[in-house]
Design a protein around this ligand. Structure first.
Ligand code: ASP
Length: 430
């Protein structure tokens, strides 16, 4: 058992998935299992049950985790926004940037159709079409009349709005609300821990759901997953290179090469750890020692960014939802697409910068689209591969914002940026 818990979770998940694929093929019509006289249907049902149980565990955490983490994120933002104008500037960059990344994800997924196959997987799960929300429904989701009901129903947009407002209230109340702020912060740590425990079961969940889906779809399932990974990588490359690079070059008037050269180490750490929180120290070091940003500004923007700026994750959640809709034949209406984009980009602010941080939020986005949650289990095996890439975008996005705000506030030493070294006055700026 020691070797099991001693090895990295993503490797165990991959192992579970690989075993699931093998078992799934054995369960295919005319496969080994049938030849051996196994009751294939019963095994399929059992696998599905295990997979569903795992998904329920993730769902169990979604509402409370999102509520406390979004509230905590707001409290931390405004704490930092005491730093004045820079706070507003950072927010002015982070919010549209998340929306743009999510919109790019939507466009790519609709265009490249990773979930549409030559053989549509008829009969996996009958989609439950929801009545398309009207403009009024959409507006009212932003104004929950009864937040407790919104929490109970899992209306994520309403929950997020309430969490943001609650955070604002906590800040407004100042010292009087300090115990609540601390409790919320503590609860968010507890939930993140709990997610870690639930994720220990992910190898089993990935095994069961992979076996189930391969038994139903065969090779087609693998082809679809490959297409999903490819679309996410394309999206991240476009966003990470063209959008960020274009902004640095044309928005800020700085050459891009020193930027990426300076960030290369942080990008490598982000890719290998899949955690923007774990990469934070490396990101901060790169900002100060390579990009010529003052210490004060890097501490401020990097820590804020590692908490709330997750463009790669926002894009991922949208791509995954559209993928799921395509896989299960769910038609998305325009208001649903808007909701998916908005919810993903706001939701990305409440994510923990840990491996698989997005997973907990995904049921909420899938729910808006009426996409069966089974899609989570199906992609679990390849999630790590996508997590690595989206984390790089998350981290690079923080650095872009840091360079921008530092430049606007006169805290960027351009000579140091060009030479990839620490600014001469970095000690004074601490
Ligand atoms: N792993 C990501 C990060 O740390 C979050 C996620 O999308 O799962 O930035």
């Amino acid at each position: 058992m020691k070797w099991w818990f001693g090895s990295a979770l993503w490797m165990r998940i991959l192992l579970g998935m690989a075993l699931g694929v093998a078992v799934g093929f054995a369960l295919r019509p005319g496969g080994l299992a049938m030849a051996a006289g196994v009751d294939v249907q019963a095994v399929d049902a059992g696998l599905k049950l295990i997979g569903d149980a795992f998904i329920r565990l993730i769902r169990m955490l979604a509402v409370p985790l999102i509520f406390v983490s979004v509230t905590a994120a707001v409290v931390s933002i405004a704490d930092l926004s005491k730093l004045g104008k820079s706070g507003a500037r950072v927010a002015a960059l982070y919010i549209p940037s998340g929306l743009m990344a999510a919109t790019l994800g939507l466009g790519l997924a609709l265009w490249l159709k990773p979930g549409v196959g030559s053989a549509p997987p008829a009969g996996i799960i009958p989609p439950e079409p929801r009545a398309p929300p009207t403009a009024q429904d959409l507006l009212f989701q932003f104004i929950p009349a009864n937040p407790v009901q919104a929490l109970a129903n899992g209306d994520m947009l309403s929950v997020i709005v309430f969490a943001i407002l609650f955070g604002v209230g906590i800040l407004g109340a100042g010292a009087a609300a300090k115990p609540v702020a601390d409790a919320i912060e503590g609860a968010s740590h507890a939930f993140i821990k709990l997610v870690g425990y639930v994720m220990e079961l992910a190898p089993l969940g990935a095994f069961a759901l992979m076996a189930w889906v391969v038994a139903l779809m065969g090779v087609e399932a693998l082809v679809r997953l490959g297409a999903l990974v490819a679309v996410l990588y394309i999206g991240c490359l476009i966003y990470g290179v063209i959008v960020y690079g274009g902004f640095v070059r044309f928005g800020l008037g700085l050459p891009v090469l020193p930027f990426y050269r300076g960030m290369s180490e942080a990008m490598a750490v982000a890719y290998s750890t899949s955690s923007s929180a774990a990469t934070l120290p490396v990101t901060m070091r790169a900002m100060v020692e390579k990009l010529g940003i003052s210490r004060r500004m890097s501490a401020f923007v990097a820590s804020l960014g590692a908490t709330v700026n997750m463009d790669g994750s926002a894009m991922y959640m949208v791509i995954l939802t559209v993928f799921g809709a395509q896989l299960f034949g769910v038609d998305l209406t325009t208001p649903q697409m808007i909701s998916i984009v908005v919810t993903s980009s706001i939701g990305a602010m409440g994510l923990a910068g840990i491996p698989g941080g997005s997973l907990v939020f995904i049921p909420a986005v899938l729910g808006i689209a009426g996409v069966p949650l089974e899609v989570i289990g199906i992609v679990l095996g390849v999630d790590r591969l996508m997590d690595m890439m989206r984390t790089v975008v998350n981290v690079v996005g923080d650095a872009v914002a840091a360079v921008a705000v530092a430049k606007w506030e006169g805290e960027l030493d351009e000579a140091a940026y060009l030479a990839n070294r620490a600014p001469l006055n970095s000690e004074d700026a601490t």
